[in-house]
Each structure stands twice: as C-alpha cells, then as structure tokens.
Design a protein. Structure first.
Length: 175
C-alpha cells in the first residue's frame, strides 16, 4: 500500500476547500445579481495557449498576467467593489496570503473610491469581510501579520440560507 505524504494530502484538502469557498462566494454573487444589489464576477486568470488543442479540447497554457484580486464588480448605485477571497483551515489568516500584486491592485482601486476588502473563511465556521485599510495596516493595528476570528468580530458576515452575505454592510448604504 503506498504511503500518503501528509503535507501533500493537507495541500490537496486545502485547495479543495478553497475551491468550495470560491463556489460559495460565486453563489452569493449570483444571488446579489438576481436581487439587483450588485454585479460581481470572478476575475479570470489571463492565460496564453502554448500549443494546439488536443482531441478533447485541452491545451497547454501559461499564466501571462500577475495575480489580480479574485472578484470585481459594481454595487447598486455605481460604486465599484473589489475583493480577494481567502480560506484557511487553521485559526489564523496570514497577511502574506494576499500577494504583492493583489495588494497593489486593491490599493489602486481603493484610492479610486472602490469598496475593497478581504473575504475570509475560517474553516467554514466563521466568515469575515475585512476592509482593505484594516488588512493593509494589520501589523500596526494588531501588532502582528495575521488575524484570528477574535481580532475582527466587527467584520463578521453571516451565512444566511446557505449564502455568505458579505455585502450586508453595503446593501443599504449605496442606493
């Protein structure tokens, strides 16, 4: 019987959980769209094909653009919204999970007036929409470069009928 590498297994589990979290966020985006609250879409990864498609429609490709924030859109009333979605199975979220290029993009959008935040899932048990300004100043505010759920109760968002209601604080202020 082959041995399973614990780190590799944990990595696969985290990737699968992260994918499931993104699917939950996309479901919330569809709900907001149907309710006329927001139009938000997943930012596609820019890729360049490196060869012809095979018989199954598959091809080898490489990423051609640096990482961008995960989701972009518009709230009812015209304000832009840009955010990164992050999942962790541990009790803390490291600031370093937002890549430098993503941080720069979030800051540029914020300076132009967009609502920017980091949407966090702590093991599917609690969810938070941390404003970009708070995330950016994590070391100054919390004395360290990671957050725990107990650090940010004011940014908690609810799971309502199976949907992460991450725009709760913006729905009634942007009409």
């Amino acid at each position: 019987m082959p041995r399973i590498n614990n780190a590799a297994l944990r990595g696969r589990q985290n990737r699968a959980a992260g994918q499931m979290f993104e699917e939950m966020v996309e479901a919330a985006c569809r709900s907001y769209r149907q309710a006329g609250i927001a139009e938000i879409e997943k930012t596609p990864e820019a890729m360049k094909p490196l060869g012809q498609q095979n018989g199954k429609g598959q091809f080898l490709a490489c990423y051609v653009k640096k990482a961008q924030p995960d989701f972009k859109g518009t709230l009812k009333g015209g304000c832009s919204v840009v955010f990164e979605a992050k999942f962790t199975s541990s009790g803390k979220m490291q600031q370093s999970v937002v890549l430098e290029q993503q941080a720069e993009a979030l800051e540029r959008h914020r300076q132009l007036g967009a609502v920017c935040f980091i949407l966090i899932s702590f093991d599917f048990s609690s969810f938070f929409a941390v404003p970009w300004e708070v995330w950016r100043e994590m070391k100054e505010r919390y004395g360290r470069k990671y957050l725990t759920p107990s650090d940010i109760p004011q940014y908690r968002v609810n799971l309502y009928r199976g949907m992460i209601d991450f725009l709760r604080q913006y729905k009634n202020t942007r009409a």
